[in-house]
Design a protein around this ligand. Sequence first.
Ligand SMILES: Cc1ncc(COP(=O)(O)O)c(C=O)c1O
Length: 423
Amino acid sequence: MIVAAPALDANYRHNANILYAYQKTSFIRLCQVAALMTANNPATDIDALLASEFPVTQHLNYLNHAAVAPWPKRTAAAVHVFADECVNEGSSHFMDWLELENALRERLAAFTGASSANDIAFLKNTSEGLSVVAHGFPWQPGDNVVISDEEFPSNRIVWESLERFGVEVRQVSLRSGKSPEDALLSSFDGKTRILAISAVQYVSGLRMDLERLGSECKKRDIAFCVDAIQALGAIKIDLQAMHIDFLAADAHKWLLGPEGIAVFYCSEKWRDRLALHQYGWHMIEHHFDFDTKVWEPAASARRFECGSNNMLGIQALSASLSLLEEIGMKEVENRVVANAESLVELIDSRDTLELITNPSPGRLAGIVTFKSKIVPTEVLHSVLTGSGVVCAMRGGGVRFSPHCYIRGEKLAAAVETAASVTK
Ligand SMILES: Cc1ncc(COP(=O)(O)O)c(C=O)c1O
């Protein structure tokens, strides 16, 4: 149930309404969080809201969301209040916590286009989600899984760990076909059981056509597993339209949350076909019936959560997600892609810089990677970080990954710094 907060002053009401809708906790808690939030800041439009939520922009040029993102202020406030509550009241409000957890499952289902909150589990991280799939899947010796040769180690190692069971891992060059999707599809054969791919590649930023891949997998009865950590919170994901069977994404990049809490999606079709490898009190159907000796796995995706959840992470993710929900993923994606397009244009216009990212239409999400024609990447990276540009070195280049709240002048300043690095 979503209830409007009581009449207070306008700023307070604005913030309180958001939290009341999203946090669904007691009024006292709401007041505490709202008071700690940006209560003095009349967030009249999205730019003002984002500026108030990310004070990091005042002293850093933060272009590193593909690594670990800064939190919005509301997330810090929610964690602060939760910590206070734990100190002063322990778990007296455990039922409120549970309500928040269940509400978050519902919200994540809506956010990702899942058909039900029953499809959503909370795991530790993306790697754990991918491992649940890889080691639960009903493989036969001789089966194969198709991945790309550009995957982050998590989305390679989990599949390679199956080689001892006779599962072949096909690492496909995304440059070997008419398009990256054609390259992947042409490597399928009658023994292909899973296509496992990052929605956005962590080095090049290449954005995959998930709709096309998902519908081709569906036609061939191949399961479609997506590592979405570089996409969820940056671009719109629609699990059903994309025919995704499994998806995993930790909160600490584009979802603007903390490390150690990940969204895991498993379609209903596959839920009871994945063998379970982690057991405990929490993954059974009647998990609060501690006296029963008879049990069965939960019918929902809770069956993948063996014990107590990361309640602190859930509080934080709930608050971070509320910001993305408030802005709307269409607007968030527009801003993220516009930032990437600006970077491409700025980098392309400088003689000393060379793009690594493919700038073709539809291929950009939040990551743009480039190098210098003049100096080694280590030098470029060190000059940038020395001048307050937070960025990463990946795949032989410097990776910029601005979220929706980063303004154009920050991008221009970062590229200006990069372009002026000489020997
Ligand atoms: C594409 C991709 N997958 C997985 C990970 C690691 O995720 P986690 O630490 O949540 O397992 C990363 C981290 O950079 C990544 O870029």
